[in-house]
Design a protein around this ligand. Structure first.
Ligand code: ADP
Ligand code: MG
Length: 731
């Protein structure tokens, strides 16, 4: 046993945790052990033995005296010793009784591999409830059901409590996967990449021990350096957020992300409220809690290789060493798009390199040691970059030139890598069918240098390390609490003034009824309440009046001052301008009169009123909104607004409460963020006003979670201020 292993062993034994009985069992009973080769009850025993499980195995089978040469017991009560963990692989209907037995025997954790529970309808749900009640009564923790199990590669345990077929070497990456299929192939990928693995957990129905529990456990496990997570939505998003937030501060969590742009697009295509909550929320949860989201599984596993071996960079400044031109160009593109920069070398560095490199070498960043460069040239370049204060990480492009001693190059890279001063990734380009280069690759691999066979893959991995640096050092601060708001006034408004949805809906209305919202009988606030509510929370609105006939409308327009905008106002009119319900830039009372008379003819809604508003031309049209989520804080949206919101689909979301830093990030993360600064002589907008609107919205919805949906579209943003000119609120 090497010193690292001894250290792991010591830590493993010292740690005391509720889930130790699951991950560090000293004895395991297999309830439903079978002598049939092709059965789970047999494979699990086979795997435990094959992997070298260090504890005791107790097969439980009423008929067989022994299974795979191990003494079997009729029941767990016949086992003379304590049992830490039990596998349950029996038909579903016997499970509640068995859990009770486990409880009586003092077993702390049970992995239920059997299926036939909540995934199987009524009867299954009832059985799951029944065994959970027993588990609670006896304090037994349940992993699963309908799951694979766990693996702990720690040499002190070697617990392969799973029926899969990949036998990983001990390593530093732990996997938590809801889906066994995904978990298994990720484990296999790490195995193929020869990364090694620390722990594995795939919990299927996750009726008791959750992904969050596993994450917390990995967070506290000294041997786990990085975590790979695969989940399909969250049973308890709030619990997950809390856990992920604290664990991600300590160690990187890598996870797959779900189609952000699609969901974002879907969201914008309708309005803030109808966005597909779960899909988009998953990614927002990752972002808010510092989980590193990946576009595909391969990229994630490749990045894991860098996390397993390398320190986290202290910044975004990378130095490149290459012995061939083109791949360094490709790598540079990828590195730059990941937010890294290539600073120039110091005078000191240039002087040393001029003395140590070949005359044909290019001294700069990248340092091109050229294809004839050997071990000492790579070494001097590495040493120089390690000493540069302006360099945080090193990217190596290494092609196995047949006329150089590639092993010597590899050994030099390894020696520097072992110092672990700055992260190194290596794009090693070679022909692995040539024995000589296989040896070189092995030197690099054994020396803990993460090697990739494409410059982009290597660059992405380094990009991920940098992203984690940002996660760890990001401080979004606390959400601001505005004191100048009138909460009681807002409460009063929200408790009254609902717009009856059925009122005034025309038979041939273009509004598509939403079946769900009809069930929930939503209430839309009337316009006057909407604008009063915004005002109560200090959100600036364009000067407005609401009138119900021609004369009152003209009077209102005179008071506001021309030019004005008139909007037909009725419950049935959602997208007013589509229906000809918005008339802008009216310059006098005659124009107002003719517009109002026309609208009266066009819209025969009983509740038709006329919303008169100051005309505010020339602003940038933005959108902000709110969408309530089940089991999660509401989402706040921001983007490019106006009537083109559906076309542009340039919106971003965050989970409330949104801090000032996050609101700023929202402005800078839309695709058209440059528009906000002004382009081609156009003036930029007053960003601070919009940032404040977003924060006030966040406070409003945090104070009043009964707000289901809210769209401020558009917010007219000008050089010095911003006003809401159209808003809709659903309670
Ligand atoms: P809807 O979204 O129901 O169609 P809006 O009130 O958002 O109706 O108006 C549609 C468009 O009319 C806005 O996107 C904006 O271009 C313009 N508009 C509306 N109100 C004003 C205003 N007060 N000043 C300037 N332009 C306005
Ligand atoms: Mg609008």
């Amino acid at each position: 046993m090497n010193t690292a292993e001894t250290k792991i062993k010591k830590e493993s034994i010292n740690a005391v945790h509720e889930l130790d009985s699951l991950f560090k069992p000293k004895s395991i009973a297999i309830i439903g052990a079978s002598s049939k080769e092709l059965s789970i009850g047999n494979v699990i025993i086979k795997n435990l033995v094959h992997y070298g499980y260090t504890g005791k195995i107790y097969p439980i089978n009423p008929k067989e005296p022994e299974i795979r040469g191990i003494k079997a017991y009729t029941s767990i009560f016949d086992v003379p010793d304590n049992i830490d963990l039990a596998h349950v692989i029996i038909p579903n209907k016997f499970v509640p009784q068995i859990i009770e037995d486990c409880g009586k025997k003092g077993i702390k954790s049970v992995i239920i591999n059997s299926a036939g529970f909540s995934e199987m309808g009524e009867e299954g749900i009832a059985l799951q409830k029944a065994f959970l009640a027993k588990a609670k009564e006896y304090g037994v923790r349940i992993f699963g059901p309908n799951c694979q199990g766990i693996i702990n590669t720690d040499p002190a345990f070697k617990a392969y409590c799973d029926f899969t077929f990949t036998f990983p070497e001990p390593g530093a990456i732990s996997i938590a996967a809801l889906s066994g299929g995904v978990g298994a192939f990720i484990m296999q990928s790490l195995f193929d990449l020869e990364i090694g693995m620390r722990m594995y957990a795939s919990n299927g129905n996750a009726c008791d021990i959750s992904i969050s529990d596993v994450l917390k456990y990995y967070g506290e496990d000294e041997g786990t350096k990085a975590i790979i997570l695969y989940t399909e939505g969250f049973k308890n998003p709030r619990e997950f957020m809390e856990t992920a937030k604290s664990v991600s501060r300590k160690k990187p969590i890598l996870a797959m992300k779900s189609g952000r742009t699609e969901a974002g697009a879907k969201a914008a295509a309708s309005h803030t409220g109808s966005l597909a909550g779960v899909d988009i929320a998953t990614e927002l949860i990752f972002e808010k809690t510092g989980v590193l989201a990946f576009n595909n599984e391969e990229e994630m596993c490749q990045a894991a290789m860098a996390f397993a071996t390398q320190p986290i960079p202290k910044g975004n400044r990378v130095g490149i060493i290459t012995n061939t031109g083109g791949p360094a160009v490709i790598a540079t593109d990828e590195l730059v798009s990941a937010g890294l920069v290539l600073p120039p070398l110091s005078e000191r560095a240039v002087t040393i390199l001029k003395e140590t490199q070949l005359p044909e070498a290019t001294i700069g960043n990248p340092i091109d040691v050229v294809a004839t460069g050997g071990g000492k040239h790579f070494r001097s370049a590495l040493d120089v970059l390690m000493e540069e204060d302006t360099i945080d990480s090193i990217f190596i492009n290494f092609v196995s030139a047949p006329f150089t001693d590639t092993d010597d190059v590899a050994r030099n890279i390894v020696e520097v890598n072992k110092m672990k001063r700055k992260p190194i990734v290596c794009n090693f380009m070679t022909n692995m069918s040539i024995d000589r280069f296989k040896v070189t690759a092995k030197i690099l691999k054994d020396g803990g240098v993460p090697c990739y066979s494409f410059p982009t893959t290597a660059a992405k991995a380094l990009g991920a390390l940098y992203k984690y640096h940002k996660v760890r050092s990001r401080n979004i601060g606390e959400a601001k609490i505005f004191a100048d708001i009138n909460k009681s006034k807002a409460a009063e408004i929200l408790n009254s003034g609902f717009r009856n949805k059925d009122l005034g809906i025309k038979k041939n209305s273009t509004q598509i009824p939403n079946p769900e919202s009809q069930i929930l009988n939503p209430h839309f606030l009337t316009s006057d309440k909407v604008y009063s509510l915004l005002a109560a929370y200090g959100i600036p609105v364009a000067d407005w009046r609401l009138a119900d006939d021609v004369e009152k409308t003209i009077k209102a327009a005179n008071e506001i001052g021309y030019p004005v905008v008139i909007k037909a106002d009725a419950a049935s009119l959602v997208h007013k301008s589509d229906l000809g319900g918005v008339a802008v830039n009216l310059k006098n009372s005659d124009e107002v009169r003719s517009v109002v008379e026309n609208m009266k003819k066009k819209f025969d809604a009983e509740d038709l009123k006329f919303f008169v508003q100051k005309f505010l031309p020339g602003g940038r049209e933005l959108i902000a909104g709110i969408s309530a989520q089940r089991d999660l804080e509401p989402l706040i949206m921001f983007g490019i607004g106006g009537i083109y919101v559906e076309v542009l689909k340039d919106v971003v979301f965050k989970i409330a409460p949104v801090t000032e830093v996050e609101a700023e990030e929202m402005l800078s993360s839309i695709k058209a963020s440059k528009l906000l600064d002004g382009v081609r002589g156009e003036k930029g907008i007053h960003k601070q006003s919009v940032i404040e609107i977003i924060q006030r919205l966040s406070q409003l919805v945090t104070d009043f979670p009964e707000i289901q949906e809210m769209d401020l579209n558009p917010i007219m943003a000008f050089e010095d201020k911003a006003f809401v000119v159209d808003a809709r609120i659903k309670i």
